[in-house]
Ligand binder design. Structure first.
Ligand code: NAD
Length: 361
């Protein structure tokens, strides 16, 4: 059974990756002795597929649980939803001896994590991620939060889970587009820290939801090692996880919500970052192609839609992107698996990289 231990002193926890583990979730969670009662938070797409299996497993392990189902989608990462969940938990007579279980994608995980971080000033929480993004990325690392009208993830808290249960079989119920978009983050992890994984990913069938548990675990371990080095993103290492995200976020924010999925925007951001790595850190052409061809393999977009202006993308880059003496902190690759934080990328470079995305690949 692949297991990734995340070593964060008293906040350490395990990520267990195993086919079918959802049906043993009760047993695994009971062993934690996290609390007397659980509040399971899920969304309207995930709950009908997997909510009953989790509820049955909790019940057979003797865990009393209430169920809370939110509307699916990014709009649920809001203060209104946090407030309504706090009230639901209070009405279900939860208190500081309870704990929260997130069953869903990154939206549910980020929101439920923030609810857990704030209800009774913080109760334990367990992540059961059900998308690729949530399994390899958002469920590990403790970042929880919600959006404001002014921008994404502007309010939140670090609240590490006590346990993460990853069941690759739950990916079978994901729609094809949502399944494939998740590979943008998988490819990102391999690109920054593990070149050999890029070759392994090229062997996967993009239309088969059967992703090897071992590969998922090793991809999670890339993020776990980075989080261990820099839990609160103060040392610079955790910033490596932003590879492809600076321009990717700008593209995502330049379009009406939902037109490009997050992973699809990140795919374009990865292509732009590869282009800048060739220009600023001598990334060789074959190294660049090992990432670019993977994006195409998973049928992720690599050409920027005509209607998105470069100026709009630049304006929408994350608010915290500051230019010091004309340059921006930007993650580049020296080679596949070898990312670093550069201070050499200029605003003109960004414009040129966005324009480059209009060329066919
Ligand atoms: P999501 O949670 O919106 O899930 C995508 C869609 O798939 C939703 O409609 C959902 O209902 C549905 N779904 C989820 N699992 C399913 C399943 N097994 N079967 C059928 N349908 C299913 O999106 P996501 O890509 O998982 O997460 C994106 C969110 O994660 C963003 O809000 C992003 O900010 C956040 N995120 C957080 C971190 C972090 O470190 N905390 C990292 C990366 C992303």
């Amino acid at each position: 059974m692949p297991l990734v231990h995340v070593d964060l002193a008293e906040r350490s926890y395990d990520v267990v990756v195993e086919n079918g583990i959802l049906s043993q979730a009760g047993e695994k969670i009971a062993a934690l002795r996290a609390g007397a009662k659980a509040a399971v938070i899920s969304d309207q797409n995930v709950d009908p597929h997997h909510g009953d299996a989790l509820a049955a497993s909790l019940k057979s392990a003797g865990i009393e649980a209430s169920r809370h189902v939110i509307p699916a989608g990014e709009a649920s990462k809001s203060f209104a939803q946090v407030s309504s969940l706090h009230s639901e938990l209070a009405q279900a007579r939860h208190d500081r001896s309870s704990f929260v279980i997130a069953l869903g994608g990154g939206v549910v995980g980020d929101l439920a994590g923030f609810v857990a971080a704030t209800f009774y000033r913080g109760v334990p929480f367990v992540q059961i991620p059900t998308t690729i993004v949530a399994q390899v990325d958002s469920s590990v690392g403790g970042k929880t939060g919600i959006n404001l009208p002014e921008g994404k993830n502007l309010v939140g808290s670090f609240h590490q889970p006590r346990l993460v249960l990853v069941d690759p079989e739950v990916l079978r119920t994901l729609p094809s587009r949502e399944f494939r978009e998740g590979f943008a983050e998988v490819i990102k992890h391999a690109a920054i820290r593990d070149a050999s994984m890029l070759d392994e990913l090229a062997q996967l069938d993009p239309d088969s939801p059967d992703v090897p548990a071992d590969l998922i675990a090793r991809n999670i371990a890339i993020k776990a090692r980075i989080v261990e080095e820099d839990e609160r993103e103060t040392a610079g290492t955790r910033a490596l996880l932003n590879f492809g995200h600076t321009i990717g976020h700008g593209i995502e924010a330049a379009l009406p919500y939902g037109e490009l999925l997050h992973g699809e925007a990140i795919s374009l951001g990865l292509r732009a970052a590869i282009h800048l790595s060739k220009k600023r850190s001598n990334l060789a052409e074959n190294g660049a192609q090992s990432v670019l061809q993977l994006l195409k393999h998973f049928r992720l977009p690599v050409v920027l839609p005509e209607k998105i202006g470069s100026d709009t993308v630049l304006q929408r880059l994350s608010r915290d992107k500051k230019f010091n003496a004309g340059a921006i902190r930007f993650v580049l690759l020296k080679g596949p698996g070898d990312a670093f934080l550069s201070e050499s990328v200029t605003q003109d470079d960004l414009t040129e990289a966005i324009e480059h995305l209009r060329e066919a690949l």
